[in-house]
Design a protein around this ligand. Structure first.
Ligand SMILES: NC(=O)c1ccc[n+]([C@@H]2O[C@H](COP(=O)([O-])OP(=O)(O)OC[C@H]3O[C@@H](n4cnc5c(N)ncnc54)[C@H](OP(=O)(O)O)[C@@H]3O)[C@@H](O)[C@H]2O)c1
Length: 255
């Protein structure tokens, strides 16, 4: 069943082949948005497009690596060409590679900076002219850019230094951009989840995985749908309401 809160709008969700991005795409489609779903694993995207279609929604698969500026730009352009406009960007693709700074594999830092910072910036840069246009001429006269940060974007800890750096950067960028475009009715929101049950931690080295499971071992994690709910809440507020920042931890998560 769909309802029509976002009928007539177009959303682009990056990192939509799993986890939070996939759940957000399904949820936005259920609210009535046509959704462009972006990631590198095209088989997963095709499956998602099929499922959204079966539920009465409309989706477009965009296979792209957003760490490549040109691919990010083309993906945004294809969204607008094929779905007609762009009202909502969910800048979600990210990677979390934890562990001590001393003797860390520098390649892991490069992957995080390239995706969590540069990939997010490339998508924002390409999307902003379309979001500004949507805020001017679309029926709802407002547009949304949601950046997915983390509790790690608020609190630094030993063992997550460069992930902290990327997510704190996302927070600073988001609020600067918010001040720049909010007068033109592009709402910039920052979502900061705590531990969510997804594939994210699985990319870590075995010794780091052990540390992560020691820290979060027994707590009941959030689901990707919990974060999709928050995203849906943000984009369905009336035009005069901008949710700037949402920090969402599992109830049992202390820090
Ligand atoms: N899970 C948590 O506990 C948690 C907590 C706080 C914040 N977050 C944040 O939430 C966001 C989503 O993470 P998740 O937990 O849903 O993890 P996930 O399941 O690993 O999802 C990450 C997504 O990013 C995509 N991606 C990776 N590299 C990409 C690239 N170069 N270009 C385009 N897409 C790329 C992946 O798809 P492909 O591999 O197919 O490209 C996947 O769809 C991240 O920004 C993460 O930092 C997660």
């Amino acid at each position: 069943m769909t309802n029509d809160t976002l009928t007539g709008t177009v959303a682009l969700v990056t990192g939509a082949s799993s986890g939070i991005g996939e759940a957000a795409a399904v949820r936005l489609a259920r609210e009535g948005a046509a959704v462009a779903v972006l990631a590198r694993r095209s088989d997963r995207l095709e499956g998602l497009v099929g499922r959204i279609g079966e539920q009465g929604g409309r989706a477009l698969a965009l296979t792209a690596d957003v760490t490549d500026e040109q691919q990010a730009r083309v993906a945004v352009a294809r969204t607008v060409e094929e779905l007609g406009r762009l009202d909502i960007l969910v800048n979600n693709a990210g990677v979390m590679l934890l562990g001590p700074i001393v003797d860390a594999p520098v390649e892991e830092w490069q992957r995080m900076v390239e995706l969590n910072v540069l990939g997010l910036l490339y998508c924002a840069h390409a999307a902003l002219p379309h979001l500004l246009a949507a805020a001017e001429d679309a029926d709802r006269r407002v547009a949304d850019l949601i950046n997915i940060s983390s509790v790690a974007g608020r609190v630094a800890r030993a063992g997550s230094g460069v992930y902290n750096l990327t997510k704190h950067g996302v927070g600073a960028f988001s609020d600067s951009l918010r001040q720049e475009v909010t007068g033109r009715h592009v709402r910039v929101a920052l979502v900061e989840p705590g531990a969510v049950e997804t594939e994210l931690a699985g990319h870590n080295r075995p010794e780091v995985l052990e540390q992560i499971s020691k820290r979060f071992g027994s707590i009941e994690r959030l689901t990707a749908d919990d974060i999709a709910d928050a995203i849906a809440y943000i984009v369905t507020r009336p035009r005069h309401v901008a949710v700037n920042e949402l920090l969402i931890r599992p109830t049992e998560q202390q820090g």
